[in-house]
Design a protein around this ligand. Structure first.
Ligand code: RFL
Ligand code: PHB
Length: 394
């Protein structure tokens, strides 16, 4: 027996993209079903993004979930680049005519989205197995899934694939329709979360001959640090002591000297990858967020690119349901991709600027050096970094 139900928008994936879209639509009276493969604890246990653009924060507020973010998140007016043993501040606020970014963890905003859903009596269907989208190029697409030994079906008007890079929705687009663009970097980031006082109240991106390092934070008692590591490394192979020692080596002496260390409460390695799938719409299926594109985390653009997709998709669906206007739906893929590619370019550029590429020829290494020297000596170059870092307009 198949348990059958109906909804306006069926959403695959209960990460930030799916949750945010569902919440936004719900507030406009549009019904959604949200299917998530894992438990809530699992989703909330993934330590990821920390830096939010203005546009992302606006969407959270529009979804009615901005209160804690505005109270506990910190507005950052600048970031620092460490190079040749010195810190160079990039005045984001001054260079962009007053724009800033907000430091607020992905875990926290995901929790806020789940709690808002609970408060409205809405559910996320967790531990949904074998989720599959069907009949995407007809007027009657539907989703099927399994849970506790039972099979379910939801008839939908539209289906949104917000199921991340390893999800199933992108795979539902035929091979001869989907174009994929990819770049894999020859290293990963080893990240550590620790209950220590952050070494700096603004982020430090460090370019060093031993490799890249990043000092970030979640709040005044919670630090997040990363170091570039070879792809073959395993997190279990890095003791806390080895991590702190290597991080210190890659920071200016003055910064390393005041680094507070402590036990890690999370430690993991993420490979670095750039990836875009085109188009982002196939019939009545829309891809959003990591399901369609990935960036290396250097420019803090992953979650923010997901948010720009949600912005375009939300408005496209509102126009359809409230006014019968399908222009936004027709143009979704082109509009979303135009901004996605700019974030791709910026993330690729920041990654090339700051990491150690040991196998590159000496010519490329000299170019990387002069790129940094130019950035640190030119207002125009710093302005370009700043306007991308705070986020291009939607
Ligand atoms: P997610 O977060 O991967 O969520 C997808 C959800 O879909 C579920 N799922 C399925 N559900 C049902 N059926 C299936 N078959 C399913 N397959 C998967 C998954 O369980 C999951 O819950 O994608 P989403 O929502 O698009 O969000 C994207 C962001 O998570 C991602 O872009 C950012 O975390 C990237 N990122 C950063 N982005 C920023 O904007 N600023 C940052 O500072 C930043 N730092 C980072 C980052 C990512 C990192 N890692 C580990 C990749 C730092 C790191 C280290
Ligand atoms: C983080 O705090 O996790 C973070 C911050 C900035 C980045 C990437 C990750 O560019």
């Amino acid at each position: 027996m198949v348990n059958r139900m109906k909804t306006q928008v069926g959403i695959i994936g209960g990460g930030p993209s799916g949750l945010l879209l569902s919440q936004l639509l719900h507030r406009r009276g549009i019904d959604t079903i949200l299917l998530e493969k894992h438990t809530r604890e699992h989703v909330l246990g993934r330590i990821r993004a920390g830096v939010l653009e203005h546009g992302f924060c606006e969407l959270m507020r529009e979804a009615g979930v901005g209160t804690r973010m505005d109270r506990e998140g910190a507005d950052h007016h600048g970031i620092n680049i460490a190079h040749d043993g010195r810190l160079h501040r990039i005045d984001l606020h001054g260079l962009t005519g007053g724009k800033t970014v907000k430091v607020y963890g992905q875990t926290e905003l995901t929790r806020d989205l789940y709690e808002a859903r609970d408060a409205m009596g809405e559910v996320v269907i967790h531990e949904a197995g074998n989720v599959l989208p069907h009949d995407l190029t007809t007027d009657a697409p539907f989703l099927t899934w399994e849970r506790n030994g039972e099979t379910f079906r939801a008839d939908c008007e539209f289906i949104v694939g917000a199921d991340g890079y390893h999800g199933v929705s992108r795979a539902a687009i035929p091979r001869d329709v989907l174009r994929e663009y990819e770049k894999i970097y020859p290293f990963g980031w080893l990240g550590v979360l620790s209950r220590t006082k952050p070494v700096s109240d603004e982020l430090i991106y460090s370019s060093h001959e031993r490799g890249f390092a990043l000092c970030s934070l979640r709040n005044p008692r919670l630090s997040r640090y990363y170091i570039q590591v070879p792809l073959a490394d395993r997190a279990e192979g890095w003791s806390d002591d080895a991590f702190w020692a290597e991080l210190k080596r890659r920071l200016p002496a003055e910064v390393a000297g005041r680094l507070e260390t402590g036990p890690s409460i999370e430690k993991s390695i993420a490979p670095l990858r750039s990836y875009v799938a085109e188009p982002m719409r196939h019939g009545r299926l829309f891809l959003a967020g990591d399901a369609a594109h990935i960036v290396p985390p250097t420019g803090a653009k992953g979650l923010n690119s997901a948010a720009s997709d949600i912005h375009y998709l939300y408005h496209a669906l509102i126009d359809h349901f409230e006014r019968g206007d399908n222009t936004g739906i027709e143009r979704y893929s082109d509009r979303a991709l135009a901004r996605v590619w700019k974030a791709q370019r910026f993330s690729w550029w920041m990654t090339n600027l700051l990491h150690l590429f040991p196998d590159e020829p000496p010519y490329a290494q000299r170019l990387q050096r002069v790129e940094m020297e130019y950035l640190l000596s030119s207002d125009a170059a710093r302005t370009s970094l700043a306007e991308n870092y705070v986020g291009l307009p939607f």
